[in-house]
Ligand binder design. Structure first.
Ligand SMILES: Cc1cc2nc3c(=O)[nH]c(=O)nc-3n(C[C@H](O)[C@H](O)[C@H](O)COP(=O)(O)OP(=O)(O)OC[C@H]3O[C@@H](n4cnc5c(N)ncnc54)[C@H](O)[C@@H]3O)c2cc1C
Length: 399
């Protein structure tokens, strides 16, 4: 692909040929636009040339989801130059952010004014836009405490090059369809996110980490069930198998105002735990082992035992369970994946492959059997991106 067509838009220094491969597909060109309008012009030009475009933030999750299936040359749309605004408004409880703002930068800037957000960094370099597009499941994830719940507004450039806005700056911000949530988790397949408005929260007055150990995984899962039913309202919780032996630990965080934290500690007591334990769990979450297949099984919080059993039956093992989210993260030998996909569907568990060798990712949909609304999803993709310009093949159903 001729770089000069894009150099005219972004400047010579921000377009370069080559740059490795994604999912075994060679990258023809990397382009780094400096504004939403430039993003639009790049997308229009790429469409005219019949190229496929993969938006990229920090590039930490490009190996997630289904492999890319471009019909033409692959262009990487690097959005890291969009690192403004970084406009924090604690009085309003909101932040306006460029898609290229690094989560580490945001978190440090927010902490300096006594605030925090759900966009907490996990990997070096991860960005606001990439995190919204990937909608990752973190240790603090809860049914009512997810990134998408804190997303108020987005600016998104469509495949046609049109710069669009949805949502706003206030909590009741949607009239009509809630497009903000549609883009969250869309993996770059519906548009390039160029700006976001998210909620800020005051840093908690007090935060405590507690643990309880059990002789078995089943015992630790039972403890997790008791924690959920105790009224302690934890801010995060993990069940982690012991490094050696059959035991497992429940580790949880309570935070908030002083009296609320005291009450929570009374309702479900545990031993004080070192912060390094939480960090180790985070690390395990961020960097699954490179061997075999990393999977995520999700159900109701009461389904954790069934999900762990399904994993074990196919030769897999638990890495971490997230009781507040009903999520189990496991590691599995490659030949256990196909049967696990079938087992999960029968048990009503949602399965996603987070990391697997490319050959396996080509042979199995990373999101399991086709979801119920697949025909509607295809219709949406067709409407948003009729030329299949953006991230072709990546989302569920390989659309
Ligand atoms: C609440 C939360 C929890 C997290 N939990 C985990 C976790 O448990 N485990 C973990 O490993 N990481 C976790 N992270 C970190 C995070 O998953 C990634 O590092 C981050 O989501 C990817 O950011 P990135 O900029 O590197 O995206 P990239 O890897 O560059 O892109 C990820 C996907 O988004 C698309 N994309 C990127 N930028 C854009 C854009 N501007 N517009 C449209 N599409 C785009 C890409 O095409 C790709 O499909 C968490 C982050 C948050 C905010």
């Amino acid at each position: 692909m001729d770089a000069s067509a894009f150099e005219q838009i972004v400047g010579k220094e921000h377009a370069r040929a080559g740059g490795g491969a994604v999912d075994g597909v060679l990258v023809a060109l990397e382009v780094r636009p400096g504004s939403a309008e430039e993003v639009g012009a790049v997308l229009r030009r790429a469409g005219e040339l019949g190229a496929a475009v993969l938006p990229r933030g920090g590039g930490t999750k490009l190996g997630w989801a289904n492999p890319l299936a471009p019909a033409g040359d692959l262009l990487i749309l690097d959005l890291t130059r969009l690192d403004a605004p970084l406009d924090l408004q604690p009085d309003e409880g909101i932040a306006h952010l460029g898609a290229g703002v690094r989560l580490a930068t945001l978190t440090a800037a927010a902490a300096a004014i006594g605030q925090t957000s759900l966009l907490s960094p996990l990997r070096d370099g991860d960005t606001v836009g990439g995190s919204i597009a990937a909608d990752p499941v973190g240790l603090d994830w809860q049914l009512d405490r997810r990134l998408r719940a804190d997303l108020l507004g987005l600016e998104v450039v469509l495949a046609s090059g049109e710069v669009t806005r949805c949502g706003g700056s206030v909590v009741k911000n949607v009239t009509g369809f809630d497009l903000v949530r549609l883009y969250c988790g869309s993996l770059g397949s519906l548009g390039a996110i160029t700006r976001a408005t998210v909620r800020l929260h005051p840093l908690p007055e007090r935060s405590e980490l507690r643990r309880r150990d059990a002789d078995s995984l089943a015992g630790a899962l039972e403890l997790a069930g008791s924690l959920l039913g105790s009224g302690a309202a934890p801010a995060g919780a993990v069940v982690q198998p012991a490094r050696a032996g059959p035991g497992a630990s429940l580790i949880w965080r309570v935070e908030g105002r002083e009296p609320a934290v005291e009450r929570a500690l009374d309702r479900f007591p545990g031993d004080p735990a070192d912060a390094s334990l939480w960090e180790a769990a985070r690390e395990l979450r961020a960097n699954p082992p490179v061997d075999g297949v990393s999977v995520r099984l999700a159900g109701r919080p009461t389904d954790l035992g069934a999900a762990c059993a399904a994993l074990a039956q196919r030769g897999g093992s638990l890495r971490l369970a997230l009781p507040l989210a009903g999520v189990v993260l496991g590691q599995l030998p490659g030949d256990g994946l196909a049967p696990l996909v079938a087992d999960a569907a029968t048990a009503g568990l949602a399965l996603a492959v987070e990391r697997a060798p490319l050959e396996l990712r080509r042979s199995i949909d990373a999101f399991g059997p086709p979801p119920g609304g697949l025909a509607l999803m295809r219709g949406l993709k067709q409407r948003f991106d009729p030329g299949r310009l953006l991230a072709p093949g990546r989302v569920a159903g390989r659309i």
